[in-house]
Design a protein around this ligand. Structure first.
Ligand code: DQA
Length: 143
């Protein structure tokens, strides 16, 4: 049976490719979407990006209610600030993998802490856009 996976991106990730390319790479969010669709032709992939915390909370609830099989979530800077997103991930049964393009542990001290990591199934940090591919692969494999 084919899986339904949400790729959820938080604030500033709409600027992927143009924003700090040395840190986050030169590939745009649109290109990431095209690449992932090509890599997972048998998986139903849904993409959503928002710069607003409440929107992301709503999307997490919606993914749960609509029976999605998993979520690859890059919460951007909300990783380090958002109790609301942590509570939303904790509230739903849909497995969530936290994804970061950069290695947050090799950067400023304020990025070393993630509110979400303890309530996610796992975290991928520092592998660039490959992190999304690996998260989707794991979510597809998990029963
Ligand atoms: C990020 C890391 C965060 O610290 C930062 O605020 C981002 C992007 C990443 O993908 O490496 O916006 O989540």
């Amino acid at each position: 049976m084919h899986k339904k996976i949400l790729i959820l991106n938080g604030p500033n990730l709409n600027l992927l490719g143009e924003r700090e390319p040395g840190q986050y790479g030169e590939i745009s969010l649109e290109q990431l979407e095209v690449d992932l669709r090509g890599e997972f032709p048998d998986t139903e992939l849904l993409f959503y990006q928002s710069n607003h915390e409440g929107d992301l909370v709503d999307r997490l609830h919606e993914a749960h209610r609509s029976g999605m099989d998993g979520i690859a979530f890059n919460p951007g800077a909300y990783t380090h600030t958002s109790v609301a997103l942590r509570d939303a991930v904790k509230a739903i049964t849909t497995p969530v993998i936290e994804v970061h393009l950069s290695n947050i542990y090799a950067r400023e001290a304020f990025r070393h802490f993630s509110y979400l990591a303890p309530v996610c199934r796992g975290q991928i940090s520092g592998l660039g856009i490959t992190g999304y591919n690996l998260a989707v692969r794991w979510l597809c494999l998990s029963p």
